[in-house]
Design a protein around this ligand. Structure first.
Ligand SMILES: *Cc1c(COP(=O)(O)O)cnc(C)c1O
Length: 402
C-alpha cells in the first residue's frame, strides 16, 4: 500500500464481532479472563489496549518503521526515549535550535540525573559528528528546526555520527528490563519529525534509528488532542521503550487514540494544502516592507532549499517572519490578526501565530535564544488550510496596524 492508503487502512480492520467499518473505541481498563492467566493477549490497558494498538500500527506504517509506541504527549514520548535508553554518565548530542520543551527536559530533568547534553550550533553533519564521544548514546535532531526552519541532512548526520561512534568505541546500551540490547551500534540517531510529518519526510528511510512525534501537531491535525509517538526502524530498538511505556505508564487513553487516528487518515491531503498555502503566504510576506526577514524552505534563497528538495516531498506549513520594530511590532501584529489565532502549538487545520521568545521558547535563556536568531521581532506562523486568500487578507489588515 502507498502512503495515503496506509494512513486510511492500517489498524482499521472492520470489527469482527459486528462488522463496524470503523473499529470501536475500547473504553476499558481491564479484560475478563476465562481462568487466571487465560486471556486473549489483553490484561490491563496500561500494557495494551486495542484502540492504542491500532494507532501504533498506523504510526509504524506511516513512518515505514517496524514498530511504534504511542504516548500521552510528545514530551512523554521524549521522556520514554531518554529514560529507556540512557544511564547516568551518558551524553546526548543535539542540534541547538530545538523545541524549547526538549531543551528544558534535557537541562532541568536529565542533567541533574546525570546526563550531559551538548548542543551543536552548526547544521553541518561533520560539526555534529565532531561532538560525539565514547559517552554519546543518542544524537537528537529536528528538521526542519523550530522556529528557524533550518534543515539537517538526516542521511549524512546518521552516517557521520555512526562512524564517529565507532572511532571512539561507544559503549553498548543496557536494556532497562534486564536483557542486553544486542545491536552492534552503541549510538542511535533520533529525529523529531513533528514539523515535517511522515507525509513529507520519513527519516527512517534516510537511515535514522528512531522517530519521535508530537502527534498533537500535524498527525492529529485538528488542535483537539495531545499525544506523542516513537517509531523504530528496527523493532529491537523499541523493546526498552515499550518496557518503559508499561513500567512508567505515560500512555494515551482510548478516546485520545481514536481522535488521533481519525485525524491521521487525512494527513496526506491536509499536508498538500498546508504546503500550498504556506508557499503563497511566504511569497506574499516576502513582498512586505514590514518584514525584515521571511524564512520558508520553499523559497529559492532559503539556505537549505536544495536539501529540502532532496529530503522532503513538500516544504511544510510553517513560515517564520521577523518584523521590523521588535517586540512592540510583533505584539501589535499578533493582537491584530483575526484568522491567525495567537496561540502556542501548530499543525492544525486552523492558522496560528506564535511568538517564540515569549511563548514556546521562553525557557531558553535570552542570550542563547538570540544567538540562534530567535529575536523579539520574530513570529512563527502555522499556516492552516483555510482559503489562502482569506489568510493573506488577514495578514495584510494586521500589518496595517503595525
Ligand atoms: C509540540 C512539540 C513537542 C512536544 O510535544 P507535546 O505533544 O506538546 O508534548 C516536541 N517537539 C516539537 C517539534 C513540537 O513541536
Amino acid at each position: 500500500m502507498r502512503f495515503s492508503t496506509r494512513a486510511i487502512h492500517v489498524g482499521q480492520e472492520a470489527d469482527p464481532a459486528t462488522g463496524a467499518t470503523v473499529p470501536p473505541i475500547y473504553a476499558t481498563s481491564t479484560y475478563t479472563q476465562a481462568a487466571p492467566g487465560k486471556h486473549k493477549g489483553f490484561e490491563y490497558s496500561r500494557t495494551h489496549n486495542p484502540t492504542r494498538n491500532n494507532l501504533e500500527a498506523a504510526f509504524a506504517a506511516l513512518e515505514g518503521g517496524q514498530a511504534a509506541a504511542a504516548f500521552a504527549s510528545g514530551m512523554a514520548a521524549t521522556n520514554a526515549i531518554l529514560s529507556a535508553l540512557l544511564r547516568p554518565g551518558d551524553s546526548v548530542v543535539a542540534y541547538g535550535d530545538m523545541y524549547g520543551g526538549t531543551y528544558r527536559m534535557l537541562e532541568r530533568i536529565f542533567r541533574p540525573w546525570g546526563l550531559t547534553a551538548r548542543y551543536c550550533e552548526s547544521t553541518a553533519p561533520r560539526d555534529i559528528a565532531a561532538m560525539v564521544d565514547e559517552s554519546t548514546k543518542l544524537v537528537w535532531i529536528e528538521t526542519p528546526t523550530n522556529p528557524m526552519l533550518r534543515l539537517l541532512d538526516i542521511a549524512a548526520v546518521t552516517e557521520q555520527c555512526r562512524a564517529a561512534a565507532k572511532r571512539c568505541g561507544t559503549r553498548p546500551m543496557a536494556h532497562p528490563g534486564g536483557s542486553p540490547m544486542d545491536h552492534a551500534l552503541g549510538l542511535l540517531v533520533v529525529v523529531d519529525n513533528t514539523f515535517a510529518s511522515p507525509a513529507l519526510q520519513r527519516p527512517l528511510e534516510h537511515g535514522a534509528d528512531l522517530v519521535m512525534h508530537s502527534t498533537t501537531k500535524y498527525l492529529g491535525g485538528h488542535s483537539d488532542v495531545v499525544g506523542g509517538a516513537v517509531v523504530a526502524r528496527d523493532a529491537r530498538f523499541l523493546e526498552p521503550i515499550r518496557f518503559f511505556q508499561n513500567a512508567a505508564g505515560g500512555v494515551p487513553g482510548p478516546f485520545d487514540c481514536f481522535l488521533t487516528h481519525r485525524g491521521l487518515k487525512t494527513l496526506a491531503v491536509r499536508m498538500r494544502q498546508h504546503c500550498e498555502n504556506a508557499q503563497r503566504v511566504a511569497e506574499w510576506c516576502r513582498g512586505q516592507r514590514a518584514f525584515e526577514q521571511v524564512i520558508y524552505p520553499g523559497l529559492a534563497d532559503h539556505p537549505d532549499h536544495a536539501l529540502a528538495r532532496r529530503q522532503m516531498s513538500g516544504f511544510g506549513g510553517m513560515v517564520t517572519c521577523v518584523l521590523r520594530g521588535g517586540l512592540d511590532a510583533a505584539s501589535r501584529f499578533m493582537s491584530a490578526t483575526r484568522l491567525f489565532s495567537c496561540a502556542e502549538s501548530l499543525g492544525g487545520v486552523e492558522s496560528l501565530v506564535n511568538h517564540p521568545a515569549i511563548m514556546t521558547h521562553a525557557s531558553i535563556p535570552r542570550e542563547v535564544r538570540e544567538r540562534r536568531g530567535v529575536v523579539d521581532g520574530l513570529v512563527r506562523l502555522s499556516v492552516g488550510i483555510e482559503d489562502v486568500e482569506d489568510l493573506v487578507e488577514d495578514l495584510a489588515q494586521a500589518l496595517r496596524g503595525v
